[in-house]
Design a protein around this ligand. Structure first.
Ligand code: ATP
Length: 412
């Protein structure tokens, strides 16, 4: 059996190794067997940094989480009904779960769970590369459990499901498969790919919240456009909604989005739905059960997209750009700036985002009252006039604003 002790010691910080050893000892004293599982094992073998520690115990996870939290001087969060616990250790958050097996009463349903051995727990997982565990027992610390051939698939750079019904049981695995494939630059194993295409329609069995969650995780990857392109190639995006596309246009926009700042899944989502018509947009929003705020942003993008022509007018003053865009959220303006084809329109949208939307007159309502205006619509109009003048460079100081107010009052 493989022992990963040297990899563990080389790749994990000493305090994490210490924590794992202590946890293993503690579990052993309780007569329980403890394992490190899932993504961190995969990434240890790949040499990729990962401190997302998931522990599985053949025994009582809530009790062990309480003991480990106490030893770290922290409070655990325990869900006895699910047989899980979580505790913090410095900046780390560690999950402990009771080893379990799962059966799916029908496709897409949440699984029925029963306590089981570590082997059963690994057999319920999504892909071979995620179905490995490291023994944390005192004498066996570092030993790899690999019942499904995960290590060999890592070496061959393959994403492989554990049984033919895997995507039917839980079609979220379809989106997970594409995520790992593109993140790790692996390939779907041949049969896995065939079954994934065949069962893409099983995504219909998954609730909007779960689909959206997986899609958002995919959009949080370093290169989400690769995942979407692959999703189109395999008919997955179309299975979520036939109007969705993940083509070269989208890839280019995603790359530009990253140049503007840290990757933002919400912005990617707005770009993904940029070209959709009214009905498709509403259907996608409903299918993904997006929040009211996201739905409003999606509708704003669509409205602004249809109003972009007004921004190409040759002599449009800065105040005109402001007037056309002020009703839209920065997210909607950013999405349109990234998506539109006209350089003039794009530079005006960016001007609004970077500069114009932050411009405020020096004078406020109180100042205007001191200058003799009564509260009410004329005061609001005066503030607008001041803003326009400032945007267009006609006033650039408090003094000049006061002079403008006095001049307008004289003319009224
Ligand atoms: P990441 O690096 O993306 O966080 P991860 O492997 O840690 O990857 P999680 O989503 O945190 O992924 O899940 C932890 C583990 O739980 C996975 O490695 C996998 O073994 C298992 N798992 C998660 N989701 C599923 C699923 N839908 N079906 C089966 N097993 C799953």
């Amino acid at each position: 059996m493989d022992n990963l002790l040297s990899k563990i010691e080389a790749q994990l910080p000493p305090e994490v190794v210490g924590l794992l050893r202590t946890a293993g000892e503690m579990a052993q004293r309780e007569g329980q067997r403890l394992y490190l599982v899932g993504g961190v094992v995969r990434d240890l073998l790949l040499g990729r940094p990962n401190l997302d520690l998931d522990l599985v115990v053949q025994g009582d996870a809530p009790r062990l989480a309480r003991l480990l939290a106490k030893a770290s001087g922290e409070k655990p969060v325990v869900h006895s009904q699910f047989g899980t616990g979580k505790f913090r250790h410095g900046s780390l958050s560690i999950d402990v779960a009771t080893a379990r097996s799962e059966t799916y009463p029908r496709p897409g349903a949440l699984p029925v769970v029963t306590p089981a051995t570590i082997e059963d727990d690994l057999l319920r997982r999504d892909f071979t590369i995620n179905a490995m565990a490291i023994d944390l027992g005192v004498a066996s610390f570092g030993q790899l459990l690999d019942p499904c051939g995960g290590r060999s698939d890592l070496e061959q750079r393959l994403i492989r499901i554990l049984h033919d019904g895997s995507f039917v049981d839980d079609a979220t695995r379809i989106l997970r498969a594409l995520r790992y494939e593109q993140r790790l630059r692996f390939r779907l194993e041949e049969r896995t790919e065939k079954l994934l295409c065949q069962h893409a329609t099983m995504l219909d069995t998954i609730s909007g919240d779960r689909i959206r969650h997986e899609l958002e995780l995919n959009l949080m990857e370093d290169h989400p456009e690769r995942v979407l392109r692959r999703a189109v190639e395999l008919g997955v995006l179309q299975a979520i909604h036939p109007s969705l596309r993940g083509n070269g246009w989208l890839a280019q926009r995603f790359q530009h989005a990253r140049q503007l700042g840290p990757p933002d899944p919400a912005l990617y989502l707005l770009l993904l739905v940029y070209h959709l018509g009214d009905d498709d947009l509403e259907e996608v929003a409903l299918r993904l059960n997006v929040s009211g705020q996201v739905r409003r942003s999606m509708r704003q993008v669509q409205r602004l997209r249809q109003a972009l022509d007004a921004l190409t007018e040759p002599d449009l003053p800065r105040s005109g750009i402001h007037r056309l865009l002020k009703a839209y959220s920065p997210a909607a303006v950013t999405a349109c700036a990234l998506a539109c084809d006209s350089p003039v329109t794009r530079s005006r949208l960016m001007l609004y985002l970077d500069e114009l939307r932050h411009v405020k007159p020096c004078l406020d309502g109180d100042d205007l009252k001191r200058l003799g205006l009564q509260p009410g619509p004329p005061l609001g109009r005066m503030l607008q006039a001041l803003l326009r003048a400032k945007l267009d460079g006609k006033v650039s100081s408090r003094k000049e604003e006061e002079a403008l107010v006095r001049q307008r009052l004289r003319h009224n």
